[in-house]
Ligand binder design. Structure first.
Ligand code: NDP
Length: 295
């Protein structure tokens, strides 16, 4: 079997086009574009790249961007003060504080300071609680993007066996909650899971969010499984350069799976698309409007 390659770029482009249409409509009805504030603290090169692409995508969707770049000497109090200002700024519908933050800043405290109605990353405990209890909230972008790809691939997920490898608050746990919300039968695996290969072998759906290059092997998979690879790992190549690989050994997995996301070009583009989606949804809710249709 050679798996279908799930094209995250194309799926993300479709979501972004819908978001752009909705943002234009919002602007016409309210007299202002939905606004996203991004906050980058320090000079981590990967974080800078992520923030730049989020800012670019915001502009391309016809939304207003408010970029804040702070030095890594910024104190926690200064960052909290900025968050408060953004909470109070009516032009700002979404606030994204890029993680990781410098070590002297307590990220949990910063996340908790963001107005949950503007928490477009979906990391605030209120939004995590809403997701866990099945209430409307803002859902973390990466797992939401994975769910979008899975539904496009499989349609109804009800009754499917799903294994999520990884239990972070950013990816693994919300992914499991989303799958449960779709009535899949969900197993959450992590570093203490015994015989992971055997656990994975029962899964119709595998979501790998571990951060270990090519850890999931082809012979772990049930034939016909759908595999979503969240991992982004930079590994050295023989010519002294580096390349990106996922958490799944793509070539061998593609021999067994029915469909699989590539790295890059799979989950990554969906994360940004869902951030834009969350921002227009937050804008509508803040303006007292019904959620936009088609997202
Ligand atoms: P974390 O490091 O926060 O979590 C990793 C999880 O993997 C933990 O729950 C850990 O278990 C588990 N784990 C570690 N080793 C093993 C193992 N040997 N077997 C089974 N489970 C293991 O990472 P994130 O969730 O933030 O990110 C995961 C990956 O996804 C990373 O590669 C990251 O770069 C990528 N990522 C990609 C995004 C995208 O847009 N495509 C967005 C966000 C992340 P335990 O809890 O027991 O320690």
């Amino acid at each position: 079997m050679t798996a279908r390659r799930i094209d995250g770029k194309a799926a993300a482009a479709a979501v972004r086009a819908t978001v752009a249409r909705i943002a234009a409509d919002f602007r016409q009805r309210t007299g202002r574009a939905p606004g996203l504030a991004t906050v980058l603290v320090g000079e981590d090169p990967a974080s800078a790249v992520y923030v730049r692409s989020k800012v670019k995508a915001t502009a391309e969707a016809g939304m207003e961007g408010f970029s804040h770049s702070l030095p890594d000497t910024t104190s926690e109090a200064e960052l909290l003060e900025l968050v408060e200002r953004l909470n109070a700024d009516d032009r700002v519908d979404g606030i994204l504080v890029q993680l990781p933050l410098p070590r002297h800043i307590d990220s949990d405290r910063v996340i908790a300071a963001i107005d949950p109605a503007k928490d477009v990353d979906g990391f605030h405990p209120i939004n995590a609680g809403r997701l866990a209890t099945g209430l409307d909230g803002l859902v973390p972008c990466t797992p939401f993007g994975c769910l979008h790809l899975l539904k496009a691939e499989l349609g109804d997920l009800s009754g499917k066996q799903a294994v999520v490898i990884g239990r972070s608050n950013i990816v693994g746990k919300p992914m499991a909650m989303l799958l449960l919300g779709e009535s899949a039968t969900v197993t959450i695996a992590h570093s203490r899971t015994e015989d992971l290969a055997e656990v994975v072998r029962h899964a119709d759906i595998v979501v790998a969010a571990v951060g270990r290059p090519e850890m999931v092997k082809g012979d772990w998979l049930k034939p016909g499984a759908v595999v979503i690879d969240v991992g982004i790992n930079r590994v050295p190549t023989a010519d002294g350069k580096s390349r990106l690989v996922g958490d799944v050994a793509y070539d061998e997995a593609a021999e067994v799976a029915a469909a699989i996301t590539p790295v890059p070009g799979g989950v990554g583009p969906m994360t940004i698309a869902m951030l834009l989606r969350n921002t227009v949804v937050a804008a509508h809710r803040r303006a007292g409007m019904a959620d936009p249709e088609g997202l």
